[in-house]
Design a protein around this ligand. Sequence first.
Ligand code: SF4
Length: 385
Amino acid sequence: MMPCVDAQSRQPTTEATALPSILDVPKDRIGELMHELGEPSFRGRQLWGALYRSLATSFDDMTDLAKSLRGKLDQQFRIACATPSIETRSADRSTDKTLFRLDDGELIETVLMRYDADGHRKRRKTVCISTQAGCALGCTFCATGQQGFRRQLSVGEIVDQVLYMERVARAEDQREIEQGERSRGDLQGVTNVVFMGMGEPLANYDNTMAAVRVLNDDQGLHIGARHITISTVGLPDQIERLGHEPVQINLAVSLHAPDNATRSETMPINARYPIERVIEACRAYIARTNRKVFFEYVLLRGQNDSAAHAARLGKRLRGLLCHVNLIPVNPTSDGPFGRPSREAAKAFQDGLAGYGVPSTVRVEKGIDINAGCGQLRARALRQSA
Ligand code: SF4
């Protein structure tokens, strides 16, 4: 683990934290805001571009805007609403994990993962973001689930995690160009965003979808909808609602077991929404969108990783437009479950293939920096206790 040295220097002033964040102002309100400030509406577009394209960190940096307007904005708003508190980088430098402190002292985690080109897949940088402080759903293999629910994140608090990592990614791109390691046309910044950090995104539905629209906006970060994935524990009504959204994002559903008895042992939500209801909602989603559903399956040694489990999962998913991501549990997890061997994971995958269900064993990232959800926050809380 390698704590970054400059986290402290990015602390906002106390005075600044008293103001609302401009990142919580929706795009359609920015025009009205300009009107209220006596400015022409095109200033709103400039402000939006400065925030989400140029990644300005202060109003003073927005030199396209008149000084008087910058002054007015500065009196009413701040920009950043998440302050980096601990930053770590994995030994192989592929993964950064940042613990952010919010205004009310809540802590959330964000992860940046760098992937080299692999077969037909281009090199990419994926940010995993949080949508809630804590989580109410209590999955037993998840450190966040063991810490309980604190509150929903605002749109600005969700988006600010990506803005922060986008600055990190762009600075690296720039460095690599200067060192001749890549060409200018190869600039990429953050390429993918996964809503898989702390919390259940679909239990914060409106703010999650508003954040998706900001990330996808073609006058801002412009992260392609197909490069955005929402991961849910499987809230059926919200999955069906998601199927009606016009934006073509990916859906990942955490199954983690092939049957109700096994699933209920690690996921209390299964008592409310049994696996049949979750799959029924996924079928409705697929029928509506014609898009593949990704099923997440954390492999827990001795709990859900046997050949019989694989066969039951294969039978359940047979014929569905889906892909299963098999994730051997993080060995640094505080939970009671061990990590299955590589061979066991491969055998599970072969078991699914026998039913025509495609799957991938997920590439491991950031194990040495506790990249599993909620583990860095748990460590920070332990240290401050
Ligand atoms: S795995 Fe996700 S849904 Fe389950 S407790 Fe953790 S954050 Fe919540």
